[in-house]
Design a protein around this ligand. Sequence first.
Ligand SMILES: CC(C)(COP(=O)(O)OP(=O)(O)OC[C@H]1O[C@@H](n2cnc3c(N)ncnc32)[C@H](O)[C@@H]1OP(=O)(O)O)[C@@H](O)C(=O)NCCC(=O)NCCS
Length: 461
Amino acid sequence: MSIYRISTRKLPEAQKLNGLLVRFISADSSLRDVLAAKIPAEQERVKNFRKQYGATKMGETTIDMMYGGMRGIKGLVCETSVLDADEGIRFRGLSIPECQKVLPKAEGGEEPLPEGLFWLLLTGDVPTKGQVKQLSKEWAERAALPQHVVTMLNNMPTTLHPMSQFACAVTALNHDSKFAKAYSEGVHKTKYWEYVYEDSMDLIAKLPVVAATIYCNTYRGGKGSKSIDSSQDWSANFVKMLGYDNPKFTELMRLYLTIHSDHEGGNVSAHTVHLVGSALSDPYLSFAAGMNGLAGPLHGLANQEVLVWLRKLQKELGANPSEEALKEYVWKTLKSGQVVPGYGHAVLRKTDPRYTCQREFALKHLPNDDLFQLVSKIYKIVPPILTETGKVKNPWPNVDAHSGVLLQYYGMKEMNYYTVLFGVSRALGVLASLIWDRALGLPIERPKSLSTDMLMKMVQK
Ligand SMILES: CC(C)(COP(=O)(O)OP(=O)(O)OC[C@H]1O[C@@H](n2cnc3c(N)ncnc32)[C@H](O)[C@@H]1OP(=O)(O)O)[C@@H](O)C(=O)NCCC(=O)NCCS
């Protein structure tokens, strides 16, 4: 991890202070300049590392791992974040509370700006306020949608799930892919990352417009302005296009878009984007593929499922159910063969810090809200029951157990839409990773598979 200080004096590039590498860069360096300066050094570092340790074993694969969703196999490299089973996610070494502390905030705001998080994920550095402002402006300037995508969105049936609309629109944005064009014109592979960067910046800039268009078409009869103010940040413009004007909701959105961005490389959406990108499909095609994975109920759709589950529960048990009634309801869910949405995780073994920071937001801004109170009660009841089943490896809540409650409080009641917000945020992490995939020249992904017959023969030997 490194931090940097800003100075107008001529300074050495980096210096160790109290054991921490402090990078000095000029306050007006653009994101692209900073990245371009880092890539050759990182390529060299990885090359030397592989030369020295390339043959080092990182673990063993068992047959259970092969049938068990590859759980525990260390088979991917992801630079942007690492997930610790007990501590939760760290973005380039920084925990969520640390990000809340050091990343630039909007004027008068308390939550980090997602622009700053993207900068951190991509470069490993904490940007200045000025750099984040510049990035907000750049995204605002790149935000316009091509007409064919607007027409396509406006002609989609409002009964089509918002995630399907989202993935379709992102796929169609590849019409203008700078990477696809450069590739077809024979660009040298050392330059791939530059075009993936340009496409990623364009795509991130356009996602709030795509998402807001889907929201307004599906739930507001097409009404709502799609104008972007380049003096405003990415989240503020998004919230305005969605038709909301509560500054607290904008703050929530800044937090939401920051914490849903990245969860290391093996989750379905991140892994899919990386995999599809490894075939040199452009960032639009790769991201759309990832969004189709995020749309699954065991992944991003769980935030919608949580709300559906809570609303059914309230309908059956009333607004203020007793602990006993809640316990019975949870057991009923389990006995009917369903999962309790928002609980459990493939890697985490403690309460998700993304749940905790949303709970803290709720304690600060909506402590007496009925639905929040219900979610708090469920937090006490569900973990011991899941533990009692004897099979759930992590009985604690994940990010999805809390996000819907906050959105409901600010008036966004359309739960089918929630995963689209998750998708807008997820772009920051997976596209930062995709840029590094091409900068490091990673090859097409192709793990080996075997049949059961073959495995049986192999164990008998
Ligand atoms: C996230 C999730 C898919 C991880 O799956 P996993 O890594 O296979 O989880 P585990 O190893 O703990 O699963 C072991 C068993 O416990 C079950 N289990 C896990 N979480 C459960 C939950 N929340 N409710 C009920 N059962 C659960 C699994 O379905 C599995 O049952 P099986 O052996 O009968 O197939 C799983 O916890 C889940 O389905 N959670 C609910 C959906 C959700 O919140 N998703 C968002 C994740 S961020």
